[in-house]
Design a binder for this molecule. Structure first.
Ligand SMILES: *Cc1c(COP(=O)(O)O)cnc(C)c1O
Length: 387
């Protein structure tokens, strides 16, 4: 059997894979099993922040590998402590819990919010308001948080205590908050899986204000939007708000599995001994990789992310066959005249790998993609969409 046949025979059928086996890569270029090269505009779904095999990132992991690859959380390790410090310094948050994925980072956010509210407001205060069309993960609880029915249908009963408000509808949010004791409001500043749709600044400000006034926690899911993706370190920073809890993962460690839940002033001491844990969470290799990424996401670097974003918006807006361009930073959605899966297949044929999100073509290039490669890829997308 070749790899594709073996995969089909033995790997659970949860992924509709593209007919492509990726065997190697460097930076924003990946190679398939026949040696054909592609420009990668997906970055493993916003994971490989500095592309494939970035030299500094690799060296940081190798150096740590030569010391110790894993230790249980019963002991201190340096990368974990240093990464937590750097995350807090860069955000003003106070403490960090490390896990291995976005769903787990959100689970920790939800547990923290529930415990905060139970202690402060009693056992009837447990509801968390999330948004329709959101995506927060695939565990039973984060599915409940996810405001898209089609993910829910065959997995009932889900964790109770989640209600979904329409995005950008301040009135509905207020109504829901007043209908029941509410623990938290949880948002993605840019809905990623939901179609790369930024929330309106008015709505995000109103949500933050409502949360502040009613002692409701504001949780921002930065799993996809975080770590420089939108041209700020975290997307909430575009909106001038200070969340109580921030969850992140995907791009944080540049390609190793790491989730982080950042805890602000109000909730920094909510979790105590035994309240939560993770065997792999804070793994030294993952944290060393993340330190290499995060330490390079400075103002100058973020400025070049915004420049590349501006270039793409300019290239795609009003282009033939492209009806709308949405998103923020290097998280871009294209509403194309032809169906998104067809556009993505044609781009692949021409050597450019894109993603979809709902009915959009979704672009999540590496944050350090060289401008000439980005221009070449944009040219291919423009050609495909115009046909
Ligand atoms: C991808 C994603 C998740 C889930 O992350 P996993 O690492 O797949 O568990 C959660 N929230 C958002 C916004 C995401 O984009």
């Amino acid at each position: 059997m070749n790899v594709k046949e073996m995969d089909k025979a033995y790997v659970a059928g949860t992924y509709k894979r593209f007919p492509l086996e990726i065997v190697s890569g460097q930076g924003s270029i990946v190679k398939d099993e026949t040696g054909k090269e592609y420009i990668d505009l997906g970055s493993g779904i916003a994971v490989t922040s500095f592309g494939i095999g970035d030299a500094g990132w690799k060296q940081a992991i190798i150096d740590q590998m030569n010391k110790v690859q894993h230790m249980s959380n019963l002991y201190y390790t340096e990368p974990c402590a240093r990464l937590a410090e750097l995350l807090c310094q860069k955000t003003g948050m106070k403490k960090v819990f490390f896990s291995n994925s976005g769903a787990e980072a959100n689970e920790c956010a939800i547990k923290t919010a529930r415990k905060y509210a139970a202690k402060k407001h009693g056992p009837n205060c447990y509801t968390i308001i999330t948004l329709k069309n959101s995506f927060h993960g695939r565990t039973i609880t984060t599915l409940a948080a996810t405001g898209q029915d089609h993910y829910h249908e065959l997995f009932q009963p889900l964790t109770p205590g989640f209600v979904h408000a329409e995005a950008n509808n301040i009135e509905e949010l207020e109504t829901l908050v007043n209908q029941q004791p509410t623990v938290a409001i949880m948002i993605e500043c840019v809905q990623g899986e939901g179609g790369v749709i930024p929330l309106s600044p008015e709505f995000v400000s109103a949500a933050a204000k409502i949360a502040w006034e009613k002692d409701i926690l504001l949780i921002v899911d930065e799993v996809q939007t975080g770590n420089g993706r939108t041209g700020q370190l975290y997307a909430y920073m575009h909106y001038g708000i200070q969340p109580d809890i921030v969850s992140t993962a995907k791009g944080l460690a540049g390609g190793l599995p790491l989730g982080a839940t950042l805890l602000g002033d109000k909730v920094q001491d909510v979790l105590g001994f035994g309240d939560h844990g993770s065997t792999f969470g804070g793994n030294p290799l993952c944290c060393a990789g993340a330190l290499s990424i995060l330490s390079r996401l400075d103002d100058a670097f973020l400025a070049q992310v915004r420049e590349k974003s501006a270039y793409l918006f300019q290239a795609f807006e009003n282009a033939p066959g492209i009806e709308a361009v949405t998103g923020l930073g290097l998280m871009i959605g294209l509403k194309t005249k032809k169906p998104a899966p067809q556009a993505v297949a044609e781009c692949m044929e021409k050597g450019v790998l894109c993603l979809t999100a709902k009915d959009k073509v979704r672009l999540l290039p590496a944050l350090n993609i060289p401008m000439d490669i980005l221009k070449k890829a944009a040219q291919v997308i423009l050609e495909v969409c115009a046909q």
